[in-house]
Design a binder for this molecule. Structure first.
Ligand code: NAD
Length: 419
């Protein structure tokens, strides 16, 4: 057995999942080496001027993990916890996510280590424009296509696209996805990741004999992914019994009024002070009574400590990397089904692909068409993963990695290794 040495980093933990699938595929050590090294890691400094006139410097990253199947693709994160290790892990996951839903993209991710809650809109714009300007040579519709992630919005994508277009002296909407519709964004992109979470969850619930109309759902995180997933679950008649954001969690066994929570969160940019539900801690939400649990915040949420207490039958990973390998083993032992991040949250990048394709054609689809194509892409690949679980006796996570790695390896072998 060829085993890649495991670190105690997020990227190291991510490689543990890769190794399991690589063992099943009997991947040779050369291919393992290639696929466990990022193609390019860029670290740079962003000097920017505060509204007060003072200067500050933030560290920024772009990791282009793999290009075998097409231009690199992956979001940009603005968060105080952003590190090279985290961005590399996220770029690694993007490689498998794009492959598992069969998109013609490689994987990338970017980030700036900053706290957006302390930044005004004009400060955010200056940081974004400088970040984009420093990356002009290495991004582009045929090179690397960023998108939104934690704390980055369609507005941030608009500034990125405008800066890039100014530098290359032509309008290039396809350089980023997740843009506002007015400047080349796709209908349905804002809701796409949350919609993908519900599409995968509902299909898996059917498979497990859980009636969506009787099911209770808990959602951790109430941003782009969590908010839209909660909204769509409620629209499908499921009972959302708990929601949360960074300020805390809100629990109501009779069902949280999701529309009211959405209105509240949009008005105050937080759930802090939201009524109609009992206030509990974020830790309590993760072990609360529910059928389906959707982590939609950050990494390393499920650990060896809380995994034995999780009561959900199904975990659908809206966030990237919410389950540590130890917790994953515990879920497996306890018979808790997990739809892994690379499948569960692939709705976002799938509609990003649709946006990129529409930008290149200059022809835009109706929302219904986007949503139908999204469902088709996700379900056909989820069903393929399920078939692998049956054939190989693997978990959905290992099966998803197996499918994704196999697709990347085929592309690499066809192209050949240029050495
Ligand atoms: P976001 O910034 O819109 O929202 C993040 C949410 O998580 C916020 O409500 C925040 O308050 C909450 N949060 C932060 N720390 C928390 C904590 N400790 N406990 C509970 N809640 C907490 O970000 P997003 O775009 O929704 O991304 C969430 C996750 O989904 C990330 O892992 C991201 O990588 C992943 N993801 C996002 C997309 C996308 O299209 N936006 C696509 C795929 C995956």
């Amino acid at each position: 057995m060829n085993t890649v040495v495991r670190d105690v980093s997020i990227f190291g933990e991510a490689i543990a999942y890769f190794n399991e699938a690589a063992d099943l595929l009997e991947l040779d050590s050369g291919m393992r080496q290639i696929l466990t090294h990022p193609t390019r890691q860029i670290i740079f400094s962003i000097p920017f001027q505060r509204d007060s006139g003072e200067f500050e410097v933030f560290t920024a990253y772009r990791v282009q993990y793999n290009f075998a199947r097409g231009p690199a693709k992956g979001g940009i994160r603005y968060h105080p916890g952003v590190t090279l290790d985290e961005v590399t892990a996220l770029a690694f996951w993007m490689t498998w996510k794009c492959a598992v839903v069969d998109l013609p993209f490689g994987g990338a991710k970017g980030g700036v280590t900053c706290d957006p809650s302390t930044l005004s809109s004009s400060e955010l714009e200056r940081i974004t424009r400088r970040y984009a300007a420093d990356l002009v040579e290495v991004v582009g519709p045929d090179k690397d296509v960023p998108a939104p992630d934690v704390n980055t919005t369609p507005q941030v994508m608009a500034w990125f696209m405008d800066t890039y277009s100014m530098h290359v002296r032509q309008n290039q909407p396809g350089v980023v996805t997740g843009k506002p519709i007015e400047i080349g964004g796709s209908r349905g992109r804002v809701e796409a990741t949350g919609r993908g979470v519900t599409i995968c969850a509902l299909d898996q619930m059917r498979e497990m004999g859980i009636d969506p109309k009787r099911a209770s759902i808990a959602v951790q995180g109430f941003g782009n992914v969590g908010l839209n997933a909660a909204k769509l679950f409620a629209e499908r008649g499921s009972k959302v019994v708990a929601i949360s954001d960074v300020t805390g969690a809100y629990h109501n066994p009779e069902g949280v009024d999701v529309d009211a929570a959405v209105t509240y969160a949009r008005k105050f940019r937080t759930l802090e002070g939201f009524g109609g539900a009992e206030r509990i801690s974020n830790a309590e939400l993760l072990v609360s009574e529910c059928d389906v649990l959707v982590p939609a915040a950050l990494e390393n949420v499920f650990t060896a400590e809380n995994a034995p207490k999780v009561k959900a039958k199904l975990v659908v990973e809206g966030a990237n990397g919410p389950t540590t390998p130890e917790a994953d083993r515990i879920f497996k032992e306890r018979g808790i089904t997990v739809i892994p991040d690379i499948m569960g949250n692939a709705g976002g990048v799938t509609v990003s692909y649709f946006e990129w394709a529409q930008d290149r054609m200059g022809y835009f689809w109706k929302e219904k068409e986007v949503n139908e194509r999204l469902e088709d892409v996700l379900l056909s690949n989820l069903h393929e993963i399920r078939e692998i679980t049956r054939r190989r006796g693997a978990t959905l996570r290992t099966a998803a990695y197996t499918l994704a790695i196999d697709r990347v390896v085929r592309a690499l072998k066809l192209r050949g290794i240029y050495s």
